[in-house]
Design a protein around this ligand. Structure first.
Ligand SMILES: [Zn+2]
Length: 378
C-alpha cells in the first residue's frame, strides 16, 4: 500500500496518483492552491482590495455581504473578521431541524453583540425527515447533501432578496482539506431523483439548488462567491480560543459536528462507506503545518466518537423500526453514479463554468470537481 510521503492519503483514495518524490496529487494540488491563494501580506492586500470593491458596489444597499453561519468555528471566525474589516454583514442560516443546542447558542452569541441581522430559512421538519430517510435508503454516502445544498441556496436567497452581490464562504482548504472526487457528490437532480424513488411526499420547503435558479442568481443577479479564509493565516486552534474568549463561543468536538444530522453523516454513515473524513482534515492540517504526521497517524487510529443519542434521534425521527434500521445499515452501499444527476450537464457546460469560475461566480473546487469526468476503480 503506497502512502503519500507528506499526508495521510494512500492508494485507497479515489483518483490518487504519486509523483517521483512520493507525493500525492492532492498535496501537489494543495501547493498549487497556496500559490493561487497567498496568505500573509499578499493575501491581506487581495482581501483589502476585495473589500474596497464590495463597499463601492454595495453602497446603495443595506448590506455589503452575505455570510452563512452554522455556529461552527469557520463561519463564526469569518463573521468576526468581516465585522472587524468594516463590512455590513447579513448572516444567513439554513435550519434543517437537527441543530445542536450549542450551534443555536453560538450563532446568537456571535451575532448579537455585533448587531448583525440574521436571515433564516427553516425546513418543515416532517418533510426533511422524509428526504433524509430517502438518502439513507438510497445507500449513498452523502446523506446530508440535501442540507449542504439547501444552505448554499439559503445564502443566494438572502443575497437576492437584499440585493447583495457577494457571498462569503467559510471554507479553508488549509484546514478542511480537499475531499477526493467521488467521496461526496451532490446536486438538486440527485436529491430529487433519490427522493422520487425512495421517499414520499413532495419537496416543498427544502430550498433546492436547481441549475436554472443558480444560473439566474449568477448571470442575472450577479451574485459572486468568495472564500476569504483562503487569504488569511487561519489557525483553527487559535480561532477557537479567540471565539471562546470574545463571545463565549463553544467547541462541539469535531468538524461539522454542530449539527446532529451532520454528526451522524460524518461520524457514522460515511464510515459505513469506508470514508473517514478525518483523513481529509488531518491531511490538510499536516500540509498547512497545523498538525504533525506522527500525531495524525495516532489520532486517525482512534475510533470515531459516535453518540448513541444522535443515532437514536435519527432512527426515531425518521421512523425506522429496529429491523428496518438493520436492513438499511446492511444493505449494499451505492455511489452517486447509480442515480440521475446533473454531472453530465456540468461537464457539458464546462466552458461556461470556466468563465463563471474565472469571474468569481463559482468556486475553484466546484469547477475542478464537478465539471470534469471522474473515474473510479474502488
Ligand atoms: Zn499527499
Amino acid at each position: 500500500m503506497q502512502v503519500c510521503k507528506r499526508c495521510l492519503y494512500d492508494e485507497n483514495i479515489p483518483m490518487i496518483s504519486f509523483d517521483a518524490d512520493g507525493l500525492c496529487n492532492y498535496c501537489n494540488q494543495y501547493d498549487d492552491m497556496c500559490a493561487q491563494y497567498p496568505t500573509g501580506k499578499e493575501g491581506m492586500s487581495i482581501l483589502e482590495a476585495e473589500i474596497v470593491k464590495i463597499k463601492k458596489d454595495q453602497k446603495n444597499s443595506k448590506y455589503d455581504v452575505v455570510i452563512g453561519v452554522s455556529g461552527g468555528c469557520d463561519s463564526s471566525y469569518m463573521i468576526h473578521m468581516a465585522h472587524k474589516m468594516g463590512l455590513r454583514i447579513l448572516a444567513a442560516h439554513f435550519d434543517n431541524t437537527f441543530n445542536s443546542k450549542i450551534a443555536v447558542e453560538n450563532i446568537k452569541n456571535v451575532l448579537d453583540p455585533l448587531g448583525i441581522d440574521l436571515y433564516t430559512h427553516v425546513v418543515d421538519n416532517q418533510e426533511y425527515q422524509r428526504i433524509f430517510k430517502s438518502m439513507l435508503l438510497a445507500g449513498v454516502p452523502e446523506c446530508d447533501a440535501p442540507t449542504d445544498l439547501a444552505l448554499a441556496v439559503t445564502h443566494y436567497m438572502a443575497a437576492s432578496k437584499h440585493k447583495v452581490k457577494y457571498i462569503w464562504e467559510g471554507h479553508s482548504f488549509r484546514t478542511e482539506g480537499i475531499t477526493p472526487p467521488g467521496w461526496v457528490y451532490m446536486d438538486a437532480k440527485y436529491v430529487s431523483s433519490i427522493h422520487k424513488r425512495f421517499g414520499d411526499g413532495k419537496i416543498k420547503t427544502l430550498p433546492m439548488f436547481w441549475l436554472k435558479k443558480w444560473l439566474k442568481w449568477m448571470v442575472i443577479d450577479g451574485i459572486k462567491k468568495f472564500r476569504p479564509l483562503y487569504y488569511l493565516d487561519y489557525d483553527k486552534e487559535e480561532a477557537k480560543k479567540m471565539l471562546a474568549e470574545t463571545y463565549g463561543w463553544q467547541w462541539y468536538g469535531g468538524h461539522h459536528m454542530e449539527n446532529r444530522s451532520a454528526f451522524f453523516a460524518d461520524n457514522y454513515w460515511a464510515l459505513l462507506h469506508d470514508i473517514d473524513l478525518r483523513s481529509c482534515e488531518f491531511s490538510a492540517l499536516i500540509r498547512s503545518g497545523q498538525m504533525s504526521k506522527e500525531v495524525a497517524e495516532v489520532e486517525i487510529k482512534k475510533p470515531k466518537r459516535m453518540d448513541q443519542d444522535v443515532m437514536e434521534e435519527v432512527k426515531n425521527r425518521l421512523g425506522f423500526s429496529d429491523s428496518e434500521w438493520d436492513d438499511m445499515i446492511n444493505a449494499p452501499k451505492k455511489h452517486y453514479t447509480a442515480y440521475p444527476t446533473y454531472k453530465r450537464t456540468f461537464e457539458k457546460l464546462r466552458p461556461l463554468f470556466y468563465i463563471l469560475y474565472k469571474k468569481g461566480y463559482v468556486t475553484r473546487s466546484f469547477y475542478s470537481k464537478f465539471c470534469f469526468p471522474q473515474s473510479f476503480n474502488n
